[in-house]
Unconditional design. Structure first.
Length: 113
């Protein structure tokens, strides 16, 4: 799981923030969160998805609407064994893209996006 967290922060403009209040690792781009991992196990994993993907994912065991963020199409993977690692990493990369595309043109250019 540590490799997945590391790769998530290696995305263009990706920044890793440690929030001590909830013991989370938060990944952001341009100051906007796109993924969160609970420590120490890295589970659950929360991230943004497209609305059609949201419905498909939450119908699976081990994936639920993310508390407080479901209205923004965020999911929470509560059991990472229910998603293949490659699928999870692709979804995290897509979350980065979804959040980055909402940044201003100036912010995207400053981040090299």
């Amino acid at each position: 799981m540590l490799d997945t967290m590391r790769r998530t922060t290696e995305t263009p403009g990706g920044v890793l923030i440690f929030r001590t209040a909830g013991a989370d690792l938060v990944c952001s781009v341009g100051g906007k969160m796109f993924a969160a991992f609970r420590l120490p196990d890295g589970e659950p994993i929360g991230f943004k998805v497209d609305a059609p993907v949201f419905e498909e994912l939450v119908s699976r065991k081990g994936v639920v609407p993310a508390p407080y963020m479901a209205k923004h199409s965020w999911v929470s993977v509560t059991d990472r064994t229910k998603l293949p690692l490659a699928t999870l990493e692709n979804l995290l990369a897509e979350s980065h893209r979804l959040v980055a595309e909402k940044l201003s043109k100036k912010a995207r250019q400053a981040l090299g996006l």
